[in-house]
Every structure is written in structure tokens, then in C-alpha cells.
Design a protein around this ligand. Structure first.
Ligand code: IPE
Ligand code: IPE
Ligand code: MG
Length: 242
């Protein structure tokens, strides 16, 4: 069923959309291109969509760009992805003045190259007070890794008596996660037909509505996003209640 833009209830958009941008490699294969060309195309899709989601008035988007498991890929592919990331950061630092997007990186950045870490800090700082779309980019991110890092931080605070064991509950735990201060995703979209989470936002997705789309990420368009939002809006969220 094809969904038109006017079928969307713009008063009730999901507050936070999480996206597993998958299928760059298969998109490339289908078009007789190299995997790197697939990643390039995928990064253009991200640029276009974030711009449009900002215009639409979506408050938060979290995208999975590089997982803790993606280091297992051939070095040349990892290097290419890191190069794309450098370009992305540079471009957004340059155009930050005219953009209204607030960018934050989640994941363990200590494993990334020093120059990338520096660029990330700059970009986060210069977009900190932006009032448009809040874009979280997950880099060297794994849900389990995030939970373990949070546990380590809590452990340190216990040792330094900043926190008492009795105080540990869900809301305290969330303060230690990378996504602190951001509401859990309402809708998760995964492209490319794979039906799994691949270690994405394991804690935060507890009650998220899941939407799987057959298209490869470079082909994902604003219309596909409307389709996902439309299906989301037909669902009844219950959170365990009646
Ligand atoms: C997603 O596309 C991008 C990253 C994981 C970095 P893939 O590279 O996983 O593409 P497929 O799944 O092999 O088609
Ligand atoms: C998940 O995609 C990670 C990103 C989109 C960055 P993968 O392609 O790495 O996941 P698997 O290996 O198919 O589970
Ligand atoms: Mg994949």
C-alpha cells in the first residue's frame, strides 16, 4: 500500500526515531558497484533524510553508523568508513552556522582516531544550543558495550560514595547511558530486510515499535519514512497496560 504525505498525522509524529541504516553493500552489488560506493550513497541518503526530518519537525533521530562488531570487516572497508566519517564531521562543522541540527555522538569514542575524536568534540560543542533536530550518531556503538560502560561508571561512583547501592534504579541507570536526557525511541526502522537488532540500543528499545523495510538504505526515501510513520500511527501502544 502506498502512503501519501497527507495520510500522516503531523500533530502526532514520533518524538524519537531510531534507524538501523543497513544494506549499503547489497545495494552496491545490485548496481554492479563497489561496497565503498554503496557506503557513499548511504551517506547521501542520511544527509537528505536528516534535512527533511528536521524540516518535518521530528525532535530526535538516532542512526546506527558503525557498530562495535563492524571492526571485524576488512581493514580497507573500515578505513573507508572512517574517511567518510571525517568528511561528514568536517562538512557539518563548516556548515554548522546555517544548520539548526544538534549533533551528538553515542558509543565508545575512545577507540576512534584522535583527529576524529577532536572533530566530534568540536561539532558537539558548536551545535550544542541548536534548537532543531537532535541527531545522535552511533559510532563504535554496541548496546551491550554501552550497558557495561555505564556499569563501570556506576561502580566508580559507588567506590567514591557518590551513589549508594539503594539508589540504583532505572532512572539512575539511564543517567549513565550515552543517551542520557533523550527519551527512548518510539519507532525503530531497519532497512534491507534483516529482522534483528544487531546490538542497537538494547536498553532503550524495550517498548519501541519496530518497523522493518525491504529497501536497501541508499534507496530509502522520504516517502518510505512517511510509510513507516503511517504504520506507526496505526498501532496502539500499550506499555503493558490495557
Ligand atoms: C550498513 O550497510 C552500513 C554499515 C554497517 C556500516 P552494510 O555495509 O551492512 O550493507 P550490507 O548489509 O552488507 O548490504
Ligand atoms: C548493523 O548492521 C550496524 C549498522 C547499520 C551500522 P550490520 O550489517 O553490521 O549488522 P549484521 O551484521 O547484519 O547483524
Ligand atoms: Mg549489513
Amino acid at each position: 500500500m502506498k502512503v501519501e504525505k497527507n495520510q500522516i498525522d503531523f500533530e502526532n509524529l514520533p518524538t524519537h526515531i531510531a534507524i538501523i541504516m543497513d544494506g549499503n553493500g547489497r545495494w552496491a552489488q545490485k548496481h554492479n558497484k563497489t561496497r565503498t560506493e554503496g557506503h557513499e550513497a548511504g551517506s547521501k541518503t542520511l544527509e537528505n533524510l536528516t534535512k527533511e526530518m528536521d524540516t518535518l519537525g521530528i525532535q530526535y533521530v538516532t542512526v546506527y553508523a558503525f557498530s562495535t562488531e563492524n571492526w571485524k570487516r576488512p581493514k580497507a572497508e573500515v578505513d573507508f568508513l572512517m574517511g567518510l566519517l571525517r568528511q561528514y564531521l568536517k562538512r557539518h562543522i563548516r556548515q554548522a552556522k546555517r544548520d539548526n541540527i544538534k549533533i551528538r555522538i553515542i558509543g565508545d569514542r575512545s577507540m576512534l582516531a584522535k583527529d576524529i575524536q577532536k572533530q566530534i568534540t568540536v561539532l558537539e560543542e558548536i551545535t550544542e544550543n541548536k534548537t532543531g533536530l537532535g541527531l545522535q550518531i552511533a559510532l563504535n556503538y554496541g548496546g551491550r558495550d554501552e550497558i557495561i560502560r555505564s556499569m563501570q561508571k556506576i561502580g566508580k561512583d559507588l567506590l567514591h560514595k557518590k551513589v549508594m547501592v539503594e539508589e540504583i534504579n532505572e532512572s539512575l541507570f539511564e543517567k549513565y547511558l550515552d543517551t542520557t536526557l533523550i527519551p527512548d525511541p518510539d519507532l525503530l526502522i531497519r532497512t534491507s530486510g534483516e529482522i534483528r537488532l544487531s546490538n542497537f540500543l538494547l536498553w532503550q528499545l524495550a517498548y519501541t515499535e519496530l518497523y522493518f523495510c525491504e529497501k536497501y538504505w541508499p534507496d530509502f526515501s522520504m516517502n518510505d519514512l512517511y510509510q513507516a510513520i503511517y504504520h506507526f500511527q496505526q498501532r496502539k501502544r500499550r506499555f503493558g497496560a490495557l
